[in-house]
Ligand binder design. Sequence first.
Ligand code: THU
Length: 125
Amino acid sequence: MEDRELFLKAKEVMPRAYAPFSGFKVGAALLSTDGRVFTGVNVENSSYGGTICAERGACMKAISEGAQKFEMIAIATSEDFAWPCGLCRQFLYEFAPDLKVIAGPDEDNLRTLTLKELLPEGFRL
Ligand code: THU
């Protein structure tokens, strides 16, 4: 699957994010090695600390559907663009240290980094 196509899936779900506190909506699309795409959005909570990012939401869906190997994740945001937060980097590293990460303000301005670039010397047991 092309980077652009995966990003468009992240962008498609992004408006469904529940982000009444920050107003910052995020959509993620995670591509498994068997070709399936799992999407996620950030879901905030009144407790603030209970907030779950789009990337972890997508990963949770994938694991519950039996996918544990991933090639690529795309992230779309309602403002500008963002790389995954530190917690999501570590969460994804558990399953896919060599993950390709795509982010951008739009599908014509995508940037690519590897998860290892975003999280050098990541922790794994
Ligand atoms: N957020 C994500 O969903 N993914 C990121 O990569 C960065 C941050 C969410 C968490 C929170 O709901 C909002 O964006 C502002 O931090």
